[in-house]
Design a protein. Structure first.
Length: 292
């Protein structure tokens, strides 16, 4: 600068500007990585809870009619989430990498092997006409299984869409509210003809856990994880449902696992590992499921 031209001299650029910016970027990367780890943990814990209450609900189904059980579940969950209903706004354009496709394939293969390895049919029916009828109706069970998978996929995709405009607590409360409204007519009908005095106290305690796990904890954990994780990756975590159900069956209900089933679960969990490994060269701060 020339003397006397009236301009303020330029301030020397700080020598620590470069290192400071690098430190900020490193901190952001660490936070992003930690957020993904917490989100993965939420997804895994959510499906593990689902598997646990599915396994434990066998005794509840024996003690309570199905529609009454569903109605009580939504009612208890709704009471627990009254404050979550307060107001705070389908397809997702996510790119699915080859490794995620591989993770999905592992999950599908593992669960398919578990389904094919079950020996429940021969044990539950006798030989003759009854066995033939059960065998012929097996296609219906497989068809219902496919429908359940499609519903679960829709749940993950729609849930991801909702997390962009609503918080996990409000989504959880609204899902439970709709469930309660839809099942109320059937629940009231079942309650009118049911003798509540015949239900053991232990069943009521199990009902409380089932209601909170199914309507509150598992849904909130899933929606919390979906805020950070892409739907295509999150969907792989549904393999924790049969894995945890089998673990509870072995630990609590005295069931056993075959070698084929254990191998199937290993394949399914390999899919989770493939889905959670960071992509090579992916920017640490890029949102999950998007290009950096």
């Amino acid at each position: 600068m020339k003397a006397g031209d009236g301009r303020v001299p330029d301030r020397p650029r700080s020598a620590c500007a470069g290192p400071a910016r690098s430190a900020i970027l490193a901190t952001d990367a660490d936070l992003s990585s930690m957020n993904r780890i917490v989100a993965y943990a939420c997804l895994a814990l959510s499906m593990s809870l689902v598997g646990s209450y599915v396994a434990l609900s066998k005794s509840l189904v024996a003690a309570l009619p199905v529609f009454l059980l569903a109605w009580l579940r939504f009612g208890i969950g709704g009471v627990a989430m009254l404050s979550w209903l307060k107001k705070p706004a389908l397809f997702l354009r996510e790119r699915i990498s080859l490794r995620v496709w591989g993770a999905v394939a592992c999950g599908v293969l593992g669960i398919a092997l578990v389904s094919l390895s079950k020996q429940e049919l021969p044990a539950q029916v006798s030989s003759g006409l009854q066995a033939d009828l059960a065998s012929n109706n097996a296609w219906l069970g497989n068809l219902l299984l496919v429908g359940a998978v499609l519903c679960e996929a829709s749940y993950a995709v729609i849930g991801k869409r909702l997390t962009g405009v609503l918080g996990p607590k409000r989504i959880t409360a609204l899902i439970n509210l709709w469930g309660f409204v839809l099942v109320t007519p059937l629940g009231l009908w079942a309650a009118w003809h049911f003798d509540f005095s015949g239900v053991a106290p232990s069943a009521w305690v199990l009902l409380l856990f089932y209601s909170l796990a199914a309507s509150v904890w598992s849904v909130w954990l899933w929606m919390t994880g979906l805020k950070t994780i892409a739907a295509n990756r999150a969907g792989v975590f549904t393999v924790f449902l049969p894995v945890s159900a089998a673990a509870v069956g072995v630990a609590v209900l005295g069931e056993t696992l075959t070698g084929l089933q254990m191998g199937a679960f290993t394949i399914a969990l390999t899919g989770v590992v493939l889905a959670t490994l960071p992509s090579p060269g992916r920017a640490a701060t890029a949102p999950d499921g998007q290009a950096p």
